[in-house]
Design a protein around this ligand. Sequence first.
Ligand SMILES: [Zn+2]
Length: 179
Amino acid sequence: MRLTGWLEDWVLRTNHDHAAQRRSCACWPSLQDYFPAAFLTQAGFVVIDPLPFPLAERWIPWGTGTFLPASFGAAAAITYGDTYYLRPAFAHHLSLHVHELVHVAQYQHLGTGPFLRRYLYQLLRTGYRNAPLELMAYDLQRRFERESAPFDILTEVAQQLDAMTAPACATPSGESPCQ
Ligand SMILES: [Zn+2]
């Protein structure tokens, strides 16, 4: 698909352009109870304001006008592949790091292009707060905040994504969780 191909290139270029400011998530020892050390080492974040977004005019040919950029104008953070970007006010907000690391895990499990296609499709179909990829991130973020016992977030993400895409229970849209 032309749009997500362009967007995938933009993601790679954006991460490359910010490589010097990028810090590894291994700097958060307390997250090692929730993610494997190797995952935290390869994931990274950039503290920056404004957050990088694709140019608004690139969305217009897709028929969505400026919907996507406008929706994310006030975002605290956003994830592109193995790197997420946070505004300075949220740099030490650990549960927000967890939320964005869930998105890193989703990208890793699905692949960058398939993640972007699925995420955009969900945004347009259900809106940001009801997009299944966001619901998963908010749910695991909430568990991190409320539960005292650590849990394996990477495995949770993989199991939930596999359940969403299991052929035996997929709807024509391929998006329904297996129940
Ligand atoms: Zn999110």
